[in-house]
Write a protein that binds this ligand. Structure first.
Ligand code: NAD
Length: 551
């Protein structure tokens, strides 16, 4: 892409922008494009196939220029990756407001989106790409760890030891799968068609070995399973071929899922297309390519259903592969559930979700100090402590050092305020940013993922993410974003995000106390409204006001 160049966020305490909130947005934008973080930085693509941090390089330059000069009573407006205005606001207002990839309902199709993208009018923001709080594969590692821990609790007595998980995709998100499985004690076989992704995950310590062939992978998996030894195995090939092949052979597989970029048919390699020809084939005939990709996804999903019928635990991991397979005519595509109703919803009822933070100093010691703070704050939460300890040992930072853990209502604000105190006391060498994924308890409407099978049928009601963005804006978040599409694709989700800076000031403390209560509070009220008793209990115990239950 014209203008491409390597980007890396500044470290240390020297400011380029006027004050820390703007500096934080600047560093996190740049950090999203750090070659250690982004999947295709030259294309401004951070993760998820096409999720961008800025629309094009001139827009990136304008974002940097504007953030560098932005005052404490100004707000920069970003429309799909391009800064379009600076407005006079006030010091409690966000410094940046972002709207990415939003299209009016009837127009919210991939065809229309791509037509507008080709005209240079929009970009795909994914969830944390266009909202500048992607922290590399660790971000999803914790959620993936939680999910596989829940699978283990539901089916395998609390551990994946002695089980084999079959999945595909070693991209920005999917690359977390092998480590999440081995952290839970299991064996993973992961199919990936791009050899560089396999190498990268091995280099980063997320994947243990690459098998030379499918036979080799099965041999390695059987050995490790028999000795209840954790092991992750990458296999080069096409999942639409290999997954059905393994089913035919009767491979001993206990858990099946998938994280190829199935939400976007142009980012799923159809069987029969060589990896080297992918780019040329899809640009030659996008419509024909889409059809072939969907047919391959149908074969892939049919095999997943075959494993389900054979007794395996099978789930959709948030990439819309069931929806695409159904479009290709496979009518049992929805025979297995999405991971949220299967494992995550009870956590959402408590406002629990992917809380994350990054050290703007660039110093790993700052994250070690925040890790200790989390362990001190929540001494009774053993799974949290296990995660923080394992993450400290196993997670290699990409870009600015960062950490993630799932915290809920009444926990996030405590953690954020503690971090702010550590900054004020000089125990951290620079401020930290505190944000989260758009995949959270009360910030997303996504009928194939976060809001699949809601108790009251409100899956497609998208007022909630909009209220979430509004309440975070009203509560003092540093930047707030509203996106369409995200991980499940155009027309299928609307979601919002927030990032708040802990710069050690009393003002930051006031903002943190509000944002980090109200943001997870949205998760609690959303699930109370949908009729979840667990959420109603949480609201009552923790004092979350729900007008329809008062009076
Ligand atoms: P990515 O584009 O970085 O990686 C996808 C990988 O799949 C690539 O490495 C690609 O080579 C590989 N692939 C594509 N077709 C294949 C095939 N037929 N066989 C084998 N490998 C194939 O995407 P990502 O960031 O890793 O995200 C993966 C999917 O998960 C996306 O659809 C994304 O939207 C979704 N997602 C899920 C969650 C969640 O919480 N579960 C969160 C974010 C994104």
């Amino acid at each position: 892409m014209e203008g491409a160049r390597p980007v890396r966020a500044a470290r240390g305490t020297q400011l380029t922008a006027k004050t820390w909130p703007q500096e934080a947005a600047l560093r996190m934008l740049q950090n999203n494009l750090d070659p250690e973080v982004a999947e295709h930085p030259d294309e401004l693509v951070v993760y998820g196939g096409t999720g961008r941090a800025a629309r094009d390089w001139p827009s990136f330059d304008a974002l940097v220029r504007t953030l560098t000069t932005l005052a404490d009573d100004e707000t920069m407006l970003v429309q799909s990756g391009r800064p379009v205005g600076v407005m006079r606001t006030h010091e409690w207002a966000p410094r940046v407001l972002i709207a990415n990839s939003n299209l009016v309902g009837d127009w919210a199709t991939w065809e229309e989106f791509r037509r507008l993208e080709a005209l240079g009018l929009t970009m795909y923001g994914q969830m944390t790409a266009g909202s500048w709080i992607y922290i590399g594969t660790q971000g999803i590692l914790q959620g993936t760890y939680e999910t596989f821990a829940a699978v283990a609790a539901k089916r395998f007595g609390g551990s994946l030891a002695g089980t084999v998980t079959l999945t595909a995709g070693l991209g920005g998100m999917g690359g977390a799968q092998p480590l999440a499985v081995t952290m839970n004690g299991g064996v993973a076989i992961v199919v990936e068609c791009d050899p560089s992704r396999i190498t990268r995950r091995i280099e980063h310590g997320y994947l243990d070995v690459q098998a030379a062939t499918v036979d080799d992978a099965l041999r390695l998996a059987d050995d490790a399973r028999a000795s209840r030894r954790p092991l992750s195995i990458g296999v080069l090939g096409n999942a639409a071929r290999i997954v059905p092949d393994l089913l035919r052979r009767g491979a001993a597989v206990d858990v099946v899922t998938d994280q190829t970029s199935a939400h976007d048919p142009l980012a799923y390699l159809p069987a029969g297309v060589a990896f080297e020809d992918w780019a040329a084939e899809r640009s030659k005939d996008p419509a024909g390519f889409t059809q072939r990709a969907r047919e391959s996804m149908a074969a892939h999903v049919e095999a997943m259903v075959g494993f389900l019928d054979a007794g395996a635990e099978v789930f959709d991991y948030g990439n819309s592969i069931r929806g695409e397979a159904q479009l290709a005519g496979f009518d049992r595509a929805f025979a297995f559930p999405g991971f949220v109703p299967a494992y995550i919803r009870p956590l959402f009822c408590e406002g629990k979700g992917p809380f994350r933070w990054a050290a703007l100093s660039g110093d790993p010691a700052d994250i070690a100090a925040t890790d200790r703070a989390i362990l001190e704050l929540f001494p009774d939460n053993e799974p949290l402590a296990r995660w923080i300890r394992m993450a400290g040992e196993k997670v290699r930072f990409q870009g600015l050092p960062a950490r993630i853990c799932w915290l809920g209502y009444g926990e996030r604000d405590r953690a954020g305020l503690r971090f702010n105190e550590l900054v004020a006391a000089g125990e951290l060498s620079a401020p930290v940013v505190i944000g989260r994924d758009h995949l959270d308890a009360g910030s997303v409407a996504s009928p194939y993922r976060e809001t699949e099978a809601m108790a009251d049928g409100s899956d497609a009601i998208a007022d909630w993410p909009l209220l979430n963005a509004l309440v975070n804006t009203a509560s003092g978040a540093t930047w707030v974003s509203i996106h369409h599409g995200g991980g499940v694709g155009m027309g299928r989700s609307i979601h919002a995000g927030q990032v708040t800076v802990a710069d050690g000031t009393p003002l930051a403390a006031e903002k943190i106390a509000r944002v980090l209560s109200n943001d997870p509070g949205m998760g609690v009220i959303r699930h109370v409204d949908a009729g979840y008793d667990h959420a109603a209990d949480v609201a009552e115990r923790r004092g979350v006001r729900v007008p329809m239950r008062e009076g």
